[in-house]
Design a protein around this ligand. Structure first.
Ligand code: ADP
Ligand code: ZN
Ligand code: ZN
Length: 725
């Protein structure tokens, strides 16, 4: 049952119905409600007496929703992450299935524009909004009313157009493409180089489960390796599942697979409608979709004929879910591949320390692509010392000279600054007051369009005050630089050069990101300015200079993964330079040029830097050399949170008496003590023994669940926690 309880519930079979199958949906009475659950086991005993048992009301499926392998993988996830089994299943299913819709959807009405330009001009001259909708439909083809609404059009507009006979309707089955005639796999236009040939040959789908790390520098042609391995799998009539960090940002990835293979490529991501998600889920489950590409939750898609799983950019933090079932899609993918007995490839230019360690230990096959593919060469790296060079809006004199030079040569420049908004802080010059969020221990970020204060940790928004609330002074100003402020500065400074800002705010809306990349791909001299989003696998052939404006943000992070993430980001962003035939240059600005975390990048490869970090982790007993679970506790009432955290600690200490290898640290307030109005605490539970850790967590979960939880207090276990804040 989709409840927060870590248990299942017993029911009698539906009266007069056939025995249902394990893994199918059953509607049952639950308290005063009727709820849909998943049948996990059929048994002839129960702790309840026959009189207490209630019969189930209805079986929704005649067949299981999952294969035995996926079903078992989900049971594993529930146990491994100590998460309620019902909610684990709920997380793995599309919403419509969860809420009882049949696997085969009824037909939906689709709307289509049947007008020509003339009719639009004559009939809709005075209805600009209806006109916009007609044009939208002309561009996008037939669509359901829900899709049209999602695109931002009012239902009324559609009705008006239907009355005027400008759109027609028809009932459509489903929108996943049919298989196309001809062979799925055609010859690759690219001749793989020596490293690629070796990597392709090393992945052997016929041998069953095998985990490989494809460790290839940026631009080394990892995607080509994926595609040639996928060709082997597709030729056997099997399916490929590819996980990527973000689909909206990398449409070119999707296109590359579509161009190479003569078959439907199904996408699965959060921006899709519930109906489209169900269709994708079904197409994967029936095998109609030979290739599926999706973000994190796509790892739960059932596959009729599983052939291979690929996790691209495996180090990316978006693969970890930060609430509910706090799973790592990468780790679940490995478990799933093992149970399905198929190969899995983890690809990255900057593998996570966990994965790298597994490869160095020989647990994963370590495949390397050490050079850029084709004619591209590795970019030249240099440091700029910001403590000695004059700096204007985060740009040093030396960098400014370089920017001008690259633009003059007709190339593009990419500036990386990991702070969106106008400025990270608002401050009173008179008394030093800083504007903090009422709900969080964090400064409010200043935004320019529209002028406002926003908290990046919760949804809070506020007006920019005219005077200081403490001393009433009108001298309040912004501190620091965000992407919007930098954009304004660059626009003033480089009058005839387009400045393209790429962050969460500038890429909201359906087509915004595609429009930006179209502009970039025109290849005209321009300045690209953006956040983390720029680090994610883009291919900008005309960028020759990449500058990291402030490399130091990760150096003193409270999170033990801070430095790892910092070097990954720097190496990934740097990898955007000189990806085609033009040589590239990377400049890193820092205040701490002596810090090994920064200087190491100048002389060493990512792998060498990562190995140094691994040594630190080993000596400080941190993952991957030990296993870590964060017990997270939060409450709207600080005192209750503190008390419950204390109680959890005492309970843990008692349980620990029989388990030598458990280490407890805490309970401590979280580095971000208050977030979205909740006071947060954490207890670190560490063990070098995975088995002991899990025995311990199992017992602790039972203890905490059996005890009383004060009102307004929540607790959760974050096994293999990724973020410590
Ligand atoms: P990665 O994913 O490792 O960053 P990509 O797969 O995007 O790299 O490849 C970078 C570019 O190199 C692409 O344009 C790709 O078509 C090209 N490429 C890949 N392999 C080869 C090859 N063997 N010869 C020539 N070009 C190649
Ligand atoms: Zn003041
Ligand atoms: Zn906040």
């Amino acid at each position: 049952m989709p409840t927060p309880l870590r248990r299942s519930f017993d029911y009698l079979p539906v009266v007069g119905a056939q025995t249902p199958v394990v893994g199918s949906r059953v509607k049952v009475p639950f308290g005063r409600r009727q709820v849909i659950g998943i049948l996990v086991e059929i048994t002839d005993t129960s702790k309840l007496s026959t009189g207490q048992l209630k019969p189930a009301l209805e079986c929704l499926d005649t067949e299981p929703l999952f294969s035995a392998e996926l079903f078992n993988a989900l049971l594993w996830a529930s146990d491994y992450y100590k998460h309620p089994i019902g909610d684990t299943f709920a997380t793995a299913l599309p919403k419509l299935i969860r809420t009882g819709s049949p696997i085969k959807l009824p037909k939906v009405i689709q709307y289509q524009s049947v007008t020509d330009g003339k009719a639009i001009n004559s009939q809709l001259a005075r209805s600009p909004r209806q006109r916009k909708l007609v044009e939208y439909l002309k561009q996008n083809g037939a669509m359901s009313a829900a899709q049209i609404r999602q695109a931002g059009f009012d239902r009324v507009l559609l009705d008006r157009l239907e009355e005027k006979g400008l759109v027609t309707t028809h009932a459509a089955e489903h929108s996943i493409e049919e298989l196309r005639p001809g062979p799925v796999v055609t010859a690759s236009p690219i001749r793989p180089n020596h490293d690629q040939v070796k990597a392709i040959a090393a992945v052997k789908p016929e041998l069953g489960f095998q985990c490989s790390l494809l460790n290839g520098v940026t631009g080394s042609g990892k995607t080509e390796v994926y595609m040639q391995v996928m060709a082997k799998v597709l030729q056997e009539g099997k399916q490929c599942l590819i996980l990527i960090p973000e689909i909206g940002l990398t449409p070119q990835n999707l296109r590359r697979f579509e161009q190479r293979f003569n078959c439907p490529v199904v996408a699965m991501h959060s921006a899709m409608t519930d109906r489209d998600r169900l269709l994708a889920w079904r197409a994967t489950r029936t095998g109609d979709a030979p290739i599926v590409i999706g973000t994190r939750s796509a790892i739960f898609l059932p596959m009729a004929k599983p052939g291979i799983i690929i996790v691209d950019e495996e180090h990316d933090s978006s693969f970890k879910q930060q609430d509910g079932l706090r799973y790592s899609a990468r780790d679940f993918a490995i478990k799933r591949a093992q149970l399905e007995n198929i190969p899995i490839i983890l690809g990255s230019a900057t593998p996570s320390l966990e994965t790298l360690n597994n490869a160095l230990d020989g647990k994963f096959q370590h495949l390397k692509l050490s050079r850029r593919a084709g004619h591209a060469s590795a970019p030249k790296m240099s440091l700029i010392d910001m403590s000695s060079d004059p700096v204007n809006q985060g740009i040093s004199e030396a960098l400014s000279v370089k920017i001008k030079k690259h633009l003059q040569q007709g190339n593009q420049v990419l500036l990386f600054i990991n702070r969106r908004g106008y400025a990270p802080m608002l401050q009173c010059d008179q008394c030093g007051w800083r504007c903090e969020c009422n709900q969080c221990n964090a400064s409010m970020t200043v935004h320019a369009k529209p002028p406002s204060l926003r908290c990046h940790h919760c949804e809070a928004r506020a007006k920019i005050p005219a005077r200081c609330p403490i001393c009433q002074s009108e001298k309040i100003g912004t501190v620091g630089t965000g992407t919007q402020k930098l954009e304004k500065f660059l626009n003033r400074h480089y009058k005839h050069i387009p400045v393209l800002r790429i962050d969460r705010d500038s890429t909201r809306g359906r087509e915004a990101f595609a429009q930006l990349t179209d502009k970039i791909n025109k290849g005209e001299p321009s300045i690209l300015l953006g956040t983390q989003m720029l680090a994610k696998g883009h291919h900008f052939p005309d960028v020759t200079l990449v500058a990291i404006l402030d490399a130091d943000i990760g150096l003193f992070s409270p999170d033990f993964r801070g430095q790892e993430h910092m070097i990954q980001t720097i190496v990934q962003v740097a990898g955007r330079a000189g990806r085609a035939n033009k040589p590239g240059e990377v400049v890193i600005q820092t205040q701490y040029r002596e810090h090994p975390g920064v200087s190491g990048l100048m002389t060493q490869s990512y792998e060498q830097c990562a190995k140094a970090l691994l040594k630190d982790r080993q000596s400080s007993h941190m993952p991957p050399y030990t296993h870590l679970c964060l017990l997270r506790i939060d409450s709207t009432v600080a005192e209750r949170g503190t008390q419950f955290a204390r109680y959890c600690f005492e309970a843990s200490k008692r349980l620990k008496q029989h388990l030598q290898q458990i280490e407890l640290i805490g309970p401590l307030p979280a580095p971000m003590e208050r977030k979205a109005g909740r006071y947060r605490f954490q207890l670190q539970i560490k063990s070098a023994s995975r088995i002991q850790l899990h025995n311990f967590l199992q017992q602790l979960a039972v203890t905490l669940e059996g005890g009383k939880i004060p009102p307004q207090v929540r607790w959760s276990m974050d096994v293999d926690a990724q973020e410590m804040i």
